[in-house]
Design a protein around this ligand. Structure first.
Ligand SMILES: NC(=O)c1ccc[n+]([C@@H]2O[C@H](COP(=O)([O-])OP(=O)(O)OC[C@H]3O[C@@H](n4cnc5c(N)ncnc54)[C@H](O)[C@@H]3O)[C@@H](O)[C@H]2O)c1
Length: 282
């Protein structure tokens, strides 16, 4: 167990949702947190909550899709604090629809934040963590990157890339005492859908239904993620449903893909997805 009590943390997307809950979980451990976001107002609110919960820190406006801003973020915290023990690449956005119908600019927007944002963080922090003699990176992916549900092409592929890079880094950074954890949650309620880009109304209704009926809350996901970091686990799949679907896919990939293709050929595919959402199974 590598406890995070009193450590220095840099967190992207800290102004809302899961990022805020991760900050609060760490604040209760007395951590110092660099709350970074494009939404400065939200980040300031998070920092106030962090201070009330027993932590400390500061806010930095950072657009993670811009490499020079992420490099400046790393330079700032390493020079001000001397070391950073944990980087959390959490900032994310969502775009859904069928491939061919989603605008290319929406793919680029999503990849800019979800994939490049995470890569910029790794690129700027890893050399500095190597120099300081260790550290940990928590990459926020999604169960979408493991399960690849239809009409979520950009999100699935960016999150799958995050999982793949996290696995690569886990082996690559082992000699440098830098740990890596990748978080793969199913749906939980946050502000993620406020800026969602979609191509038809069903996708919007479905996404809102998954959020409304989600059984796990953002603070529960955050608690499981921090526990996984402290236990130096590579994968964190917080919800039981995520573990179940991922388990089925690993045991029999052909059964899983056959089932998904069969459901999607029937006219009741969308009603089935909506039912699963309303039952809180996604
Ligand atoms: N909510 C879910 O169901 C769910 C499920 C699986 C994974 N996730 C992942 O969790 C992470 C957090 O999302 P959330 O659900 O808390 O959503 P959220 O919208 O509440 O929080 C995301 C934060 O990222 C910030 N952000 C967006 N673009 C940014 C940029 N370019 N630079 C810096 N910050 C930026 C936003 O301002 C916001 O504060 C995301 O990576 C998301 O993909 C969420």
């Amino acid at each position: 167990m590598h406890r995070l009590d009193g450590k220095n943390i840099v967190l992207t997307g800290g102004g809302s949702g899961l990022g805020r809950e991760l900050a609060l979980t760490l604040a209760r451990k007395g951590c110092r947190i660099g709350v970074c976001d494009i939404n400065v107002e939200g980040a300031e609110e998070t920092l106030d909550m962090v201070k009330s919960a027993g932590g400390s820190g500061e806010v930095l406006r950072v657009d993670v899709s811009r490499p020079e801003q992420v490099e400046a973020m790393a330079g700032h915290f390493f020079s001000e604090w001397g070391r950073v023990d944990l980087l959390i690449n959490n900032a994310g956005v969502v775009s859904v629809g069928f491939v061919g119908e989603i605008k290319l600019e929406d793919w680029q927007w999503l990849f800019g934040v979800n994939f490049w944002g995470m890569l910029h963080g790794c690129h700027s922090f890893i050399p500095r963590m190597k120099t300081q003699g260790g550290g940990h990176i928590l990459n926020v992916a999604s169960a979408a990157g493991l399960l690849c549900m239809m009409e979520m092409g950009p999100y699935n592929t960016a999150k799958a890339a995050i999982i793949s890079l996290s696995e690569t880094l886990r082996w690559e950074l082992a000699p440098d005492k830098i740990g890596v954890t990748v978080l793969c949650p199913m749906f939980f309620n946050t502000h993620l859908l406020d800026n969602m880009r979609y191509t038809d109304q069903f996708e919007c209704d479905f996404a809102h239904s998954t959020f409304e009926h989600a059984r796990m809350t953002a603070d529960q996901v955050a608690a499981k993620a921090i526990k996984a970091v402290e236990k130096r686990r590579l994968y964190c799949v917080p919800q039981g449903t995520g573990k179940f679907f991922w388990g089925v896919k690993r045991i029999s990939p052909s059964f899983f893909s056959g089932l998904m293709s069969f459901i999607n050929r029937t006219p009741v595919a969308r009603p089935i997805y909506m039912l699963l959402a309303r039952l809180g199974l996604l």
